[in-house]
Design a protein around this ligand. Sequence first.
Ligand code: ADP
Length: 267
Amino acid sequence: MKPYQIKPDSKVDLSKHDPGDRREFEGSKEESLLELKKLTERLGELQELLYAENKQRVLVVLQAMDTGGKDGTIRRVFVDANPKGVRVASFKVPTPEELAHDYLWRVHKVVPGNGELVIFNRSHYEDVLVVRVHNLVPKQVWSKRYEQINQFERLLAENGTTILKFFLHIDLDEQKERLQARLDDPAKHWKFRLGDLDERKLWPDYIKAYEDAFEKTSTKYAPWYVIPANRKWYRDLVISRILVETLEALNMEYPKSEENLDGVVID
Ligand code: ADP
């Protein structure tokens, strides 16, 4: 899955990353769903092992443009995970209390503990994305954040957290279709905000902010992956595969019983 990983210190031009790419799976959509089932079940086993072993921590960061598919990804990739060891943390417009602290305060409070897998639905990256695009703080403040974020993530990594960061990459046409679908279906109106249309006009600014973030914060210990996400099934498949490969490489083991179970007979 290396083709989608951003190499540390490399230049990023998102126009060279095709949101409709599907080079990692040759089969049909139907075949992909069978493959996805296998992967999500394996991910479920690995997550149980993570929980049972209770030693390591996993953090999955999801970022995307509006309608990029963060919620759908969480629902479908983690369908076989055990909610006991999995948590989703969503980051909204900061509350007055959050704004009264440094921007990493609300983030650090919800990182995974031992045995936990935590999914960030949006993240501290909003503080170099929406905050930068809307000039919510001066450039001299947000420009220091890339290094701060790297140091924060290094701290987590050096303390036993495996970090994966996924950008769900869709294009403007795909966003238009998804927004239209929300407008056409009354059951989806709650997801539609007129403000989304204003944000859509700022697309090039967001792309620039994302490219900068990838260039400055894709590290060995917390890599970014730019996932082609126009096709939902492909997105889910690729992310599941990266997660399975990464968790398998952790070489986790089920803990042994502290008692001697040899010869135990259940009447
Ligand atoms: P989502 O779009 O993730 O499903 P919402 O519709 O509630 O959830 O949107 C959350 C909003 O909070 C987004 O517009 C996002 O840009 C904003 N947000 C998140 N973090 C920050 C931040 N640090 N500063 C300003 N706005 C933020």
